[in-house]
Design a protein. Structure first.
Length: 219
């Protein structure tokens, strides 16, 4: 188990299990982490999201979504996800030894309002590994994450990631693209999503005034 609680990152996987996760990631460039958020932490996040305000955010012609305004939930998630134990485990699973911080945002995609995330690669700045954590209040339809070699006719890895609190990790690279298929039905697809990146740590990034919402398309 790899799981985030309100106070710590917990890893109960054996070295052999982590090595197999590394092999899976190397093969597919993506991996599913079931139960990544502790149920108590997921409940806190979902209750906060119900009361939060969102604004429309477009990234050129690549994505249109609603992004949650910064609030105490975003601050808490930033602090928890930048746990050194988690950063080290992600380095181990992905083979990306340069990872130093995670930045991201909470966003939602809904059906019938024109939201989309077309094929793109997320290459910008020091991004190395993408992550998306499902915070949806119910099981959404559609919204499948798909990953492929750039401009390839077939998908290499795909997952709906509808499990409450489940997460996915995926590689960000020149030769890879990903997208999210359209949402169907009345349940929104809500995620805490962003990138593990190299360079300065989180505190240094925040002091420098980095806004993680100004460039992303939707993992």
């Amino acid at each position: 188990m790899l799981q985030l609680t309100r106070s710590a990152f917990v890893c109960t996987e054996s070295p052999e299990s982590l090595a197999e996760m590394r092999r899976c990631f190397d093969r597919s460039h993506g991996i599913h982490l079931p139960g990544f958020l502790h149920p108590q932490l997921l409940d806190i996040a979902q209750r906060s999201i119900r009361e939060a305000s969102f604004y429309d955010r477009a990234d050129e012609d690549l994505a249109l979504e609603q992004c949650m305004h910064n609030n105490t939930l975003v601050a808490m998630l930033y602090l928890i996800v930048n746990d050194q134990g988690l950063l080290g485990t992600v380095r181990h699973i992905t083979g990306c030894d340069s990872i130093t911080a995670f930045i991201g945002r909470v966003y939602q995609m809904r059906s019938g309002v024109g939201h989309y995330a077309r094929w793109h690669n997320d290459l910008y700045g020091a991004r190395r590994i993408g992550m998306s954590v499902n915070l949806s209040d119910g099981e959404f339809n559609g919204g499948i994450f798909e990953l492929r070699e750039a401009d390839a006719p077939t998908v290499r890895w795909a997952i709906a990631n509808t499990g409450p609190g489940d997460a996915i990790l995926f590689r960000v690279a020149e030769g890879l693209q990903h997208r999210v298929t359209p949402i169907e039905g009345h349940v929104a697809r809500v995620a805490f999503a962003g990138w593990f990146q190299s360079g300065p740590d989180l505190l240094s990034l925040l002091k420098a005034g980095v806004d993680p919402r100004n460039r992303p398309a939707s993992p």
